[in-house]
Design a protein around this ligand. Structure first.
Ligand code: SF4
Ligand code: SF4
Length: 182
């Protein structure tokens, strides 16, 4: 399933009632939907992109791409194996534009945010002084035609709580929710 389809499906996901987190879920969902709508538009535009194998020798792959690799960053995180670990993930997902995914059995924190140096024409304004990670990245295995489909993808804390329950079983002490202050 494509990421933006999952974003659309989020509308029907169950969320705890009367939770303070509900607002955060909605806000996070709104932001992610907005970002993914842009990504969807970019991908639709990309459908007119030539396949990389059809490029002429004098053509640059990046000139046909909406700079997909400059619009997010993803960092590997430890595989959670207890409720405490899942609490960290829940915290990540309370932040706008953050999501978590699994690919090839590795967990990643994904932050959907455009690099400050990406110009409107999708070129790098700091090309000569761009970071090492950008210099070492090549088109060879890049996400030019990637549709960002992951083994698992979460964007709101409630989804991760459900996953943790499925994997670990019921949490001792019930839900994440603190008792109401007296
Ligand atoms: S390296 Fe790949 S993903 Fe990045 S801009 Fe070039 S073609 Fe697009
Ligand atoms: S520094 Fe340049 S190449 Fe690196 S992510 Fe930003 S815009 Fe892209």
């Amino acid at each position: 399933m494509l990421v933006w389809e999952m974003v659309e499906r989020r509308e029907s996901l169950p969320f705890p009632a009367e939770s303070h987190e509900e607002d955060s879920f909605d806000r996070a969902g709104r932001h992610v939907r907005k970002i993914m709508a842009k990504a969807t538009a970019a991908i639709r535009k990309c459908k007119t992109r030539p396949p990389r194998e059809d490029l002429r020798p004098d053509e640059v792959l990046c000139s046909h791409c909406p700079a997909k690799c400059c619009r997010y960053f993803a960092l590997p995180i430890d595989t959670p194996d207890c409720w405490k670990d899942f609490e960290y993930i829940r915290w990540y997902l309370l932040h706008e534009r953050a999501s978590v995914f699994i690919e090839d059995d590795c967990w990643y924190l994904l932050v959907h945010n455009v690099c400050k140096h990406l110009r409107d024409d999708n070129l790098c304004e700091k090309y000569e002084t761009r970071p090492r990670i950008c210099r070492s990245y090549t088109t060879k295995n890049c996400e030019y035609e990637d549709e960002w489909v992951y083994e698992h993808y979460w964007e709101v804390p409630g989804q991760v709580e459900e996953y943790a329950q499925a994997v670990l079983g019921p949490r001792k002490g019930g839900t994440f929710r603190s008792p109401k202050p007296k």
